[in-house]
Design a protein around this ligand. Sequence first.
Ligand SMILES: Nc1ncnc2c1ncn2[C@@H]1O[C@H](COP(=O)(O)OP(=O)(O)OP(=O)(O)O)[C@@H](O)[C@H]1O
Ligand SMILES: [Mg+2]
Length: 183
Amino acid sequence: MATLRTICDHILDICENAINSGGNTGYLVIIETKNNFKFTISDNGRGMDDLEIKKALDPFYTTKRNRKKKFGVGLSFLKFSVEKTGGTFNIYSKKNKGTNINANFILSNIDCQPVGDITTMILHVLNMSNNFHWKITRFYNKNGYNIDSKFLKENFDLTKPSDLKIIKNYILNLEKEIKEEDK
Ligand SMILES: Nc1ncnc2c1ncn2[C@@H]1O[C@H](COP(=O)(O)OP(=O)(O)OP(=O)(O)O)[C@@H](O)[C@H]1O
Ligand SMILES: [Mg+2]
C-alpha cells in the first residue's frame, strides 16, 4: 500500500537512527524558508567510517537485528527524496564521535513531498526515548524557537495525556507565533 510520505516522516526516521546510535544527546535543527526546507540531525553515538556510510546508503543494508524487514530504508530513501527535488543530502560521521545528517529539500520542486505536521513530529521525537537528550531548534524564515527535552521532561510527564496536551498546545503556539511574526 502506498502511503503519502512527508518530510516530517523522514525526520522521524533519522531521529530514530540517532536514538539507536548509542549516544545520549542529539540536535535537531530545522530551517524553513519560502523555497527551502533544511534539517540537520546529529548525535554523539558510535558513528560510521567511510565504508559504513557507503553501506548505510544502500537500501539493502541494516545493522538492525531480529527484524522481519531485512533492509533499512531511512537514509537511502531520504537521500533519494531530497535529490529528487534538486536539493542536497550529506552525511558527516566519525567513528566513536557521532553522526550528522543534513538535508535540504527544494520546496518549489514538483517532486517535493509535503512538509507534514511539525508539531506532531516534534512530540513523537520527544516521546521516542526516555533518556535521550534532544535539543531542538526550529526556524521559519527569521523567527524561531528552541525546545530542550531534558527541561520538558523534568517538568512534565509526556506519558500523561494531560501533560502531553499542554506540550502540544505549547508547540502549536510557538508554530503559530513564528508564522505570524513573519506576516
Ligand atoms: N546515527 C547513526 N549512527 C550510527 N549508525 C547509523 C546511524 N544512522 C544510520 N546508521 C547505520 O546505517 C544503517 C542504515 O540506516 P537506515 O536508517 O537507512 O536503516 P535502519 O535504521 O537499519 O532501518 P529502518 O530505518 O528502515 O528502520 C543502520 O542500520 C546503521 O547501521
Ligand atoms: Mg533507520
